[in-house]
Design a protein around this ligand. Structure first.
Ligand SMILES: *Cc1c(COP(=O)(O)O)cnc(C)c1O
Length: 429
């Protein structure tokens, strides 16, 4: 090591010795947890590598096309790789898919027709999907096209309400929407095993129903994906886990040939489908991002576990808690006071590589019934696989945070969040 020790560096960045020592002690106790996460990352790294080799990914694939994008071999290679990684017949992986919500909208609208019904057996859908489906009135929603929606809430202990699911499947039920991650809700995140159980129950009642999983934030957290336990489609965003922090935009849908063909005709146009869509030189980032995704996801998970252990030790409620198994990368901490979530977010922002000098403040946001404070300093705007935090300014004053392209950065962000809280005298040691 050089003359400057690691501790000196932390102190020079504004971390007090007491904060540093407290965090180091917590970290020392996490070795076994981190080892388990490394093992999952290793498995997924080899899975991705194998898919790339089998698809014979080549240098020429990384160049990209313009215009119509006919015969874009790189785009085809990436889609083949995604299909192999997720264990599906086909995949649609496109920079023309603008975000996760768009990918989910394509998957739904492509596979549903007027008179069909969607069933969510896991309760409320993600906020933005309420607009897509028309639970919240919205121009162009599926409801406007005569598609209906039902939801069955999870039981209070987080398990499936099988009786009610059965009672809510009818002749119109065409598609099951299963959200893997809790997102910003209070229910537990589902494991892939649990998703498999509910899919086989539902297919036992209605075999031809399409089971779609909103896979956002869950990719590579386990060694299997929902598409390996019966899901007909898995859908997600490339500026979350599978983009590995390098994809600058995009979404993916992996699934059966029939479902994905429908999605391609919806994304581009009937008759054209997958044949068009220039990759504009983004293929390299999408492919390299997927290559990095297993270890990037592992880093984010370690950061989440580190944070849960720090803040639980300080007496705050954390979801998931310090010792629970993880099925997505999101960590919630209930601070109970607005000043605390503000200080937390200031710390995350101060630790960012981009916009570190900015102070986040609560703001009115469209679609929210309270002000929201957000901290993010990302290389890709809005990328939530990068270290980021947000909190609605209302009871129970919980902050949700996720990401960290490296564990080292996530760790620094959490240390900085605690530093800001300590500086403002908001906790007594
Ligand atoms: C992020 C996310 C989405 C889609 O959000 P976008 O911001 O449109 O990418 C959908 N569902 C869940 C569970 C998510 O976490």
């Amino acid at each position: 090591m050089s003359k400057t020790t690691l501790k000196d560096y932390y102190l020079s960045l504004g971390i007090d010795e007491k904060v540093y020592d407290f965090c180091s002690d917590i970290e020392a106790g996490l070795e076994d947890r981190f080892k388990d996460i490394d093992n999952i990352a290793e498995y997924n790294q080899i899975k991705v590598l194998k898919a790339m080799q089998e698809a014979r990914l080549a240098e020429e694939h990384l160049n990209g096309t313009t215009g119509y994008g006919y015969n874009d071999s790189g785009r085809e290679a990436v889609e083949e790789i995604y299909a192999k990684v997720f264990g599906t017949e086909e995949a649609l992986v496109r920079q023309q898919i603008t975000c996760g919500t768009h990918a989910l909208y394509i998957a739904l609208s492509a596979n549903l027709r007027p008179g069909d019904e969607i069933l969510s057996p896991v309760g409320k859908v993600y906020d933005t999907l309420e607009g897509v489906i028309g639970v919240r009135e919205s121009k162009g929603s599926l409801a406007e096209f005569g598609i209906t929606f039902r939801q069955v809430d999870l039981l209070p202990d987080g398990s499936f309400d099988y009786d009610s699911i059965k009672a809510n499947i009818n002749e119109k039920t065409k598609l099951i929407e299963i959200q893997r991650s809790k997102g910003y809700d209070v229910r537990p995140t589902l494991s892939v095993e649990q998703i498999g159980e509910v899919i086989s129950f539902i297919k036992g009642i209605k075999p031809d129903v399409i089971c779609m999983v909103d896979n956002c934030y869950g990719e590579f957290v386990e060694t299997i994906e929902p598409s390996e336990v019966g899901a007909d489609m898995v859908v997600g965003s490339l500026i979350k886990n599978p983009g590995g922090g390098l994809a600058p935009i995009g979404g993916y849908i992996c699934g059966t040939k029939e479902c994905i063909d429908n999605c391609a005709y919806r994304l581009t146009s009937p008759g054209l489908g997958k044949e068009v869509g220039a990759s504009l030189g983004v293929t390299r980032n999408i492919a390299q991002g997927l290559f990095m995704a297993p270890t990037v996801t592992a880093s984010a998970l370690k950061g989440a576990i580190f944070a849960a252990n720090i803040y639980e030790k300080l007496g705050f409620k954390t979801v998931p808690n310090a010792t629970e198994d993880r099925y997505d990368i999101i960590q919630a901490v209930e601070f109970g006071k607005p000043e605390l979530i503000q200080a937390f977010c200031e710390g995350i922002q101060a630790a960012a590589p981009v916009d570190s000098y900015v102070t986040p403040v609560p703001w009115d946001m469209p679609g929210y019934d309270s002000q929201v404070i957000m901290a993010a300093g990302a290389f890709v705007s809005g990328a939530s696989i990068e270290l980021s935090a947000d909190a609605p300014m209302k009871e129970p004053y919980a902050v949700y945070f996720q990401g960290g392209l490296t564990y080292e950065h996530a760790k620094f962000g959490i240390m900085m969040s605690l530093q800001k809280i300590v500086e403002k005298g908001l906790i007594v040691w």
